[in-house]
Design a binder for this molecule. Structure first.
Ligand code: HEM
Length: 487
């Protein structure tokens, strides 16, 4: 027999389920509050979160960050709350670090407590096995290999190849208006390709160039993987890039011709203990990763150098005299530029150093606390983002007097320890710093004695794409230098 509920029972039952329906969220909410209170109690009594404002629920201070420019957003909060402050941006609770000592703790002395963190969309585009995203044994194995490829001893032989690239580019600028950022990107990309694959470029590397440019177009897009979106197109290019790279890797493995560049080094590596080789995808992700890291960064800094030299005529003439001195010796000896020549460019090197400081194109980097951390008298909960603000340290008057002035002579004496970090610090610091500086020196060596440039349009300002660069990528009218007109 089937039991059926009479109406009063049915009513009582529905009332019961309504009460339960209403109670469950209430109980859950109470549990959540209790957990929150418990969490607060559990926090070390003498420790507190850093000062600062978390803004509105969910959106935090994100709108304020976009409404102000990022530099004044950070500057105003540092002035109000001090060198370590909290905020909530882009959906994440964050702690901002503006003092050299605290930045060193995050990046060097207690780096194991703060792992690098990137949006998943970026990881997918670059490749999840690229070294940026890792810590520990895998990271240090790859870091050693990448570092070895870009040490001065490894890159000194590339001077003449890089010089050839410069000599191909520069004549095409004469008597035209160039978009400086785009031209510098083409230059830095060609150098990155040589660094990645060696000087012998084959058919595959042409395909790789083409696919990389397709990938790049979607790099800063909304991570919306739907047909037709820039992100979707970029992900398709990334897949094809993977296939092309794997083909090249297989060919080089089979022919036992590892070839030059970083690819050759990665193919040749065998883990000492297990004698295991890096897999195809580990190699592919790291090759793409290095091209990515080498390219927009160097191009953005080069764009700023041309802007600062344009705005500081006397400095441009002094750099030109330094380069002419070297040029005349080279012409006399009927030879090409060498690594040793590039070590005799003190003023040009200081211009590069000061540009790296003033422009601070990597304004900050992201880390995430891997556990609850007690930090300089504050408490940083596990999962919070921690951002050392390189730019704020580079623009602090205590370390760099009159910080907004472009003054390369300040580098005639070394900066105070840990106050100058254009290439980061600690385990994740940049392995490509020497190559980046070399590219800049070689370009300036050929540019300054022969060419002069004028900005087109009057609009001064900064655009972010993703690094800060002069507005519109700095359009310049380039012409031959009139030597008789120079002082
Ligand atoms: C002026 C140009 C450049 C600047 C300003 C720059 C800056 C930086 C900074 C600040 C970091 C550290 C990021 C962090 O700690 O989270 C970094 C990491 C890195 N850079 Fe550069 N970089 C430049 C050029 C290059 C070049 C030419 C290469 C390639 C040869 C390169 C390869 C890398 C790699 C592979 C990493 C990741 C290292 C790791 O995670 O261990 N960079 N760069």
């Amino acid at each position: 027999m089937q039991l059926s509920l009479s109406p009063p029972f049915a009513f009582a039952s529905s009332l019961y389920s309504q009460v339960v329906f209403l109670m469950v969220p209430g109980v859950l909410f109470c549990c959540f509050l209790l957990l929150l209170v418990f969490h607060q109690w559990n926090r070390p009594k003498d420790k507190r979160l850093p000062p600062g404002s978390m803004g509105w629920p969910y959106i935090g201070e994100t709108l304020k960050l976009y409404a102000e420019n990022p530099n004044s957003f950070f500057f105003n909060r540092q002035k109000r709350f001090g060198d370590i402050f909290k905020t909530h941006i882009l959906g994440c609770p964050c702690v901002m670090i503006c003092s050299p000592e605290a930045a060193r703790i995050v990046l060097v002395t207690r780096a194991h407590l703060f792992k690098p963190t990137y949006p998943t969309s970026k990881e997918k585009m670059i490749g999840p096995e690229a070294l940026f995203f890792h810590q520990g044994a895998y990271h240090s194995r790859l870091k050693k290999l990448v570092q070895a490829s870009f040490l001065p001893s490894a890159i000194r032989g590339s001077v003449s190849e890089i010089e050839q690239i410069v000599l191909r580019f520069l004549p095409s600028w004469k008597n035209t208006t160039i978009n400086t950022l785009q031209e510098m990107k083409r230059y830095a990309f060609d150098v990155a390709m040589i660094s990645a694959f060696g000087d012998k470029q084959d058919l595959e590397t042409e395909g790789i160039k083409h696919l990389y440019h397709r990938l790049e177009k979607g790099y800063n897009s909304m991570p919306l993987d739907l047909p037709g979106t820039p992100f979707h197109k970029a992900m398709k290019a990334r897949k094809l890039l993977n296939e092309t790279l794997r083909k090249l890797i297989q060919e080089r493995r089979q022919s036992s011709r590892q070839g030059g560049g970083l690819l050759g080094v990665l193919l040749g590596d065998k883990d000492n203990k297990k004698l295991n080789q890096l897999s195809d995808s580990q190699i592919a992700d790291n090759i793409i990763g290095v091209i990515f890291a080498a390219h927009d960064t160097t191009a953005s800094v080069l764009t700023w150098i041309l802007k600062y030299l344009h705005d500081n005529e006397d400095l441009l003439e002094a750099v030109t005299r330094e380069q002419e001195g070297i040029r005349s010796k080279i012409v006399e000896a009927n030879r090409g530029l060498t690594w040793d020549d590039t070590r005799r460019m003190p003023l040009t090197s200081r211009v590069i150093q000061e540009t790296l400081r003033t422009a601070s194109i990597l304004s900050f980097t992201f880390r995430e606390a891997v556990e609850d951390v007690e930090f300089e008298g504050y408490f940083i909960p596990k999962g919070w983002k921690v951002l050392p603000l390189f730019r704020s340290i580079h623009h602090c008057a205590d370390f760099f007097p009159q910080p907004e002035r472009f003054d390369p002579s300040r580098f005639e004496v070394p900066p105070k320890p840990n106050t100058y970090m254009p290439f980061g610090n600690g385990v994740h610091s940049c392995p490509g710093s020497e190559l980046a500086k070399l590219e800049m020196l070689i370009l300036l060596h050929h540019l300054t004695p022969t060419y002069r440039w004028q900005t087109v349009g009057v609009e001064d300002g900064i655009q972010y794409g993703p690094f800060p660069v002069p507005k519109w990528g700095l359009p310049l009218r380039v012409g031959r230098r009139n030597k008789s007109a120079t002082p």
